[in-house]
Design a binder for this molecule. Structure first.
Ligand SMILES: Cc1ncc(COP(=O)(O)O)c(C=O)c1O
Length: 399
């Protein structure tokens, strides 16, 4: 049997790659703090389960390919808060934001087309682009500049005749970088100049800290025809397993292309759509509470990281991830050490090695991504274990 070149070129997710090692350690009785994956421990709001309990149709039937009407109408109402007016035909309910991304790339790309993304970026973008025959081209975004990337020259230097899409993860995973409305405008103007589509991945939209107001590319209505919004209930409502996402665009031709794929895969889970409709109707107080929780966790992580000598931490402005360099040469070797050799009172820790979040070979080799999705005391202990692990690792290396 031959495996396609397309799949051969893909990598395993750096977020999950070390799971087998962690499972082995756990089998031996070690407690592992999982800072590697964006799976929040925050409870899914009760209204999700309640809506499903009240669902009393006798057959779990296929839903419409574009999504169930009660979910679509709840999403339309939710977007009104951002002054974004949507019609039902402007959206397709998808299997998580992930399917919205793969559908978008399949609809937009031909073989060899280029997708621009600020680097480091959510690693599965490479997988989705490769699935569609495309290739990721990174826009440089440096830690020394707080991962800001949205200046005209920086982006323009990356555009080639093959560039078809620019992806903005807003707020960003894995750096927590956010864009201002002015920066979004710069991106839209470039998209207009070079006839590019913009994928605005806003799955963390509300999670912006320190008094910042959430914004959306959808608010720039003059560019609506080239903007594709990717959304999801996974992070916003701590409902990752519900697998409900959204693909939103005012571009009729694009939506019609995506609908062909949506009809091919029939539909998204009827039951999860029922629960998700209730989530989109939660009051603003829900967002305030969730945001306060993640902000507290962010501050705890930053405080603990700064106890590591020589650490340089870019404080994330949004989402719930932080990327930083550790004083080691090879992060994967250090992580292997943490999972197989190191323990402190029977505990160790796991993070995502950041090299897999870069398209540029050799970048991120000494960096990690931490997801601050666990309780504050667990986050503190997790980072403390990184610090203690570093001491033990350096001792082992004779440093
Ligand atoms: C930036 C970003 N986009 C999309 C996704 C996909 O999430 P889901 O498919 O669960 O909606 C993730 C998941 O971590 C993400 O971080």
């Amino acid at each position: 049997m031959n495996i396609s070149k397309r799949v051969d070129a893909m990598q395993f997710s750096p977020i999950r790659k070390f799971n087998p090692m962690a499972i082995e350690a756990e089998k031996k009785g070690k407690k592992i703090y999982h800072l590697n994956i964006g799976q929040p421990d925050v409870e899914t709001p009760e209204c999700f389960m309640e809506a499903i309990r009240n669902f009393d149709e006798k057959v779990i039937a296929y839903a419409e390919s574009g999504g169930r009407p009660e979910l679509i109408s709840a999403v339309i109402d939710y977007y009104k808060k951002y002054d974004i007016e949507l019609e039902p035909s402007d959206m397709i309910v998808t299997n998580g934001g992930s399917e919205a991304l793969s559908m978008s790339f399949l609809t937009l790309l031909n073989d060899g087309d280029e997708v621009l993304i600020p680097e480091p970026y959510y690693t599965n973008y490479s997988t989705f682009a490769l699935m569609a025959g495309g290739v990721v081209k990174p826009i440089p975004a440096d830690a020394s500049k707080g991962y800001a990337y949205a200046d005209k020259e920086n982006i323009e230097a990356c555009i080639t005749p093959k560039t078809k899409v620019i992806c903005c993860l807003e707020p960003g995973n894995p750096t927590g970088n956010i864009l201002s409305l002015d920066e979004m405008k710069v991106i839209c103007e470039l998209a207009e100049k070079y006839d590019l589509a913009i994928i605005a991945d806003e799955v963390y939209r509300e999670f912006v800290y320190d008094g910042r107001t959430p914004v959306s590319f959808g608010q720039l209505s003059e560019y609506a025809d080239r903007v594709i919004i990717v959304d999801s209930v996974s992070k916003r409502f701590s409902a990752c397993g519900a697998r409900i996402g959204l693909l939103i665009s005012k571009n009729k031709e694009f939506m019609s292309g995506c609908m062909k794929i949506a009809q091919g895969r029939l539909c998204v889970s009827t039951v999860d759509q029922i629960g998700s409709a209730a989530l989109f109707r939660l009051p603003d107080s829900y967002y305030d509470e969730a945001k306060a929780i993640y902000c507290g966790r962010r501050d705890a992580v930053v405080e603990e990281l700064r106890k590591i000598p020589g650490m340089n931490v870019v404080v994330p402005a949004g989402a719930f991830y932080l990327t930083c360099a550790l004083p080691v040469e090879d992060i994967e070797d250090f992580l292997t050490f943490l999972l197989t050799e190191f323990e402190d009172n029977g505990e160790s820790v796991m993070f995502a090695p950041a090299a897999g979040f870069y398209a540029t070979p050799g970048k991120g080799k000494n960096e990690i991504r931490i997801a601050y999705v666990l309780k504050e005391e667990d986050m503190r202990r997790g980072v403390e274990l990184i610090r203690l692990g570093l001491e033990a690792y350096n001792k082992k290396l004779g440093k």
